[in-house]
Design a protein around this ligand. Structure first.
Ligand SMILES: [Cu+2]
Length: 375
């Protein structure tokens, strides 16, 4: 909503341009202003199918009855931008930087499957946001964070998988949340490689014939519920192979400054929707490990963007720092040795306390994308 004056002025400019030149419809691709997306249970109406290269804002309105998601995919279903958990009646916005190319947009009513797809063609050239030295530096520094975390992920997954294969339940249970920490810290990047995320981090109720229940959560269930991992050798090997594949991809991934900004916000959405609720670690209840890891990842993205944000909006940085401090001190109440209390040991009141500080942090974090996209 704070964007309104900007949108109005951009719309006004493009209207003037349209009057002055008898431009044909195709130049509408260049007109600024948000691209509206009307999402319903059966349709995904994206207002434009052709855009000029550069930064664009999509405004997604969920007119359906199911919770939905919106994605912009590059070739091979590489995620350029996404918004999850858009509840019915709600509107969310997404800023994405798009160089020339062919993309697909997708709405996913019910948050499952391949979604309702449309082709989006982007033409021309625009100076990338990373032409700005501070933003380029942000990408470099966050990329090295992703590399270090993904290397640790591969190692820790190896330790965990070895314990599973050795049938050492106690050790595997101890190593499980540790390995997952590294995944959860870089989740927005980890999620951007097609089927790898569902294979590594998918839940039992999301499993399909093509993508059966595998990965961390299948082993979690067998460790905590079935208490039998004797038949999980192949699942364990597959997890290690998928993680290896993911790490190789993450290391060569070229990120944009907006992906950092959007990622910082997505991580907090993750906390709110799947950790506080206990949804993600439903068998082990180690959700607070993931919670802390998501917050770490968000903080790392903000740290990388800090010099650029200080230049553009120092007061936002102060607000974010204060909100992170509140999250840290609220979470610190649930420390337990080197780890965390179990999600199901917390009262509703305590969970509400955590959810309040996360919401208070998400608010200023959601402004980062807009601030760095402005020149
Ligand atoms: Cu996850």
């Amino acid at each position: 909503m704070r964007r309104t004056p900007l949108i109005l002025s951009l719309v006004a400019i493009s209207a003037v341009a349209a009057c002055g030149s008898k431009s044909d419809k195709s130049t509408a691709a260049g007109s600024a202003g948000p691209i509206t997306v009307k999402a319903s249970d059966t349709a995904c109406e994206v207002a434009r199918s052709q855009l000029d290269a550069g930064t664009h804002v999509f405004t997604i309105a969920n007119k359906g009855s199911k919770v939905t998601e919106f994605y912009v995919y590059a070739e091979g279903d590489r995620v350029m931008g996404e918004v999850e958990n858009i509840t019915p009646g709600l509107s969310r916005e997404l800023r994405v930087e798009l160089p020339a190319g062919t993309y697909q947009t997708a709405c996913k009513p019910g948050m499952v499957g391949n979604g309702i797809r449309n082709t989006l063609t982007v033409a021309g050239s625009a100076a990338p946001l990373s032409q700005d030295a501070a933003l380029a530096q942000a990408v470099t520094s966050y990329t090295s964070y992703v590399v270090s975390q993904s290397e640790a992920l591969e190692q820790r997954t190896g330790d965990f998988v070895s314990a599973v294969k050795a049938g050492d339940l106690a050790k595997a249970k101890q190593l499980y949340p540790v390995a997952r920490t590294y995944y959860e810290r870089i989740e927005p990047v980890a999620e951007s490689f097609g089927d790898l995320d569902p294979k590594i981090d998918g839940r039992e109720d999301d499993a399909t014939a093509e993508l059966p229940f595998t990965g961390f959560h299948k082993l979690e269930k067998d460790l905590w519920v079935t208490k039998d991992v004797s038949k999980d050798g192949a699942i364990a090997d597959q997890l290690q192979a998928d993680v290896k594949d993911l790490v190789a991809k993450a290391k060569t991934e070229k990120l944009t400054p907006l992906q950092l900004a959007n990622g910082a916000k997505e991580l907090l959405d993750e906390v709110a929707t799947s950790k506080i609720t206990g949804e993600e670690e439903r068998y082990s209840h180690t959700d607070l490990w993931d919670f802390a890891a998501n917050v770490d990842g968000s903080q790392a993205a903000v740290a990388a963007l800090r010099p650029a944000l200080e230049q553009r909006k120092p007061e936002l940085v102060k607000q974010i720092d204060t909100a992170f401090t509140s999250v840290d001190s609220e979470l610190a109440k649930y420390r337990d040795g080197d780890g965390w209390k179990l999600q199901n040991q917390l009262t509703q009141e305590q969970l509400k306390g955590l959810s309040d500080v996360i919401n208070a942090l998400a608010e200023p974090i959601s402004k980062i994308a807009g601030v760095i996209a402005e020149k």
